[in-house]
Ligand binder design. Sequence first.
Ligand SMILES: C[S@@+](CC[C@H](N)C(=O)[O-])C[C@H]1O[C@@H](n2cnc3c(N)ncnc32)[C@H](O)[C@@H]1O
Length: 346
Amino acid sequence: MGEEQIHKRRVRYKGTHPRKFSEKYKELNPEKYGDTIEKVISKGSTPAGMHIPIMVEEILDVLKVQPGDVGLDATLGYGGHSGKILEKLKGSGHLYSLDIDPIEIVRTEKRLRDKGFSEDVFTVIRTNFKNIDEVSGTAGKFDFLMADLGVSSMQIDNPERGFSYKNEGPLDLRLDPSKGEPASERLKKLTKDEFTGMLIENSDEPYAKEIATEVFNEFRKKKEINTTTDLYKAIEKALSFIPEKERKDAVKKSSQRTFQALRIDVNSEFEVLEEFLQKLPDVMKEGGRIAILTFHSGEDRLVKQYFKMYKRDGVLSEISDVIRPSAAECARNGRARSTKLRWAVR
Ligand SMILES: C[S@@+](CC[C@H](N)C(=O)[O-])C[C@H]1O[C@@H](n2cnc3c(N)ncnc32)[C@H](O)[C@@H]1O
């Protein structure tokens, strides 16, 4: 392709560096611009359209993947963990990887197939991980299983998905946009008390009442909350009583928690995780190894409760305490900071 054509396809942006997701054409083409990707990662950031896998070495240590093993990655995402696991299988055995995101799953499967992982060793299934019993019904019981809960960086950073208050976009927050309703629609159906309860239960939001009051004031004034920025502005207004010096940080944290609470709700994340944990022992071989990464206290609490109950009842033979990523990993990848790993042996 001629240089002229490449220029035509580039996105124009103001200033010296692209700021918007869609303008970051180099980061969005990692195969072509490897040096840009390395530069962004070395600064502790995640390149647009990419996800840096977390606690990879710790997870591989736990899962002890051997050639010939059959395993499950319940959350394929960008395929960072799946790729490393496939390397350990050395072409023998099988990895089943699941995701509900219809957009990213296609890109990730292509990326891994291009690396040479064929259907003989690797199957990608678009399904909710609450259906692990069905997957195991055809795949058999697993020697190892991992789950890296929550959202990927590609989902968070893409404004069209509406996951982050930092980028203007539709207030959607669905992992599978082909099902259910976006957060903007969900919000309209809640009462003020229900929204307050959601913010407290899902995210321990200290200003739940103030935020819910402001959102419902907007509704009363017949104003709509359809975009990420509409919601962010309502949160900013709700917290205007906080002294100016502390306000910026408070708004940032409350926005993160509010978006997380809505995401958990529109994707029924607690219900789904609970169903997955209930089915987990039956899909594992005896001695099978399990690793789960969580990103907030609600998720970790559920995993801990189930692991403890299964250990007490003799369903799991061994369970770990919480393991955190190293300080070096958190410095390299800011998104690792809230991660907790728990592992268990069937
Ligand atoms: C943190 S990312 C996984 C990143 C991955 N380990 C990697 O290295 O690239 C979480 C992924 O799980 C998916 N996911 C979340 N809930 C799910 C569910 N209930 N069933 C299937 N996939 C789910 C999300 O769509 C997202 O792609």
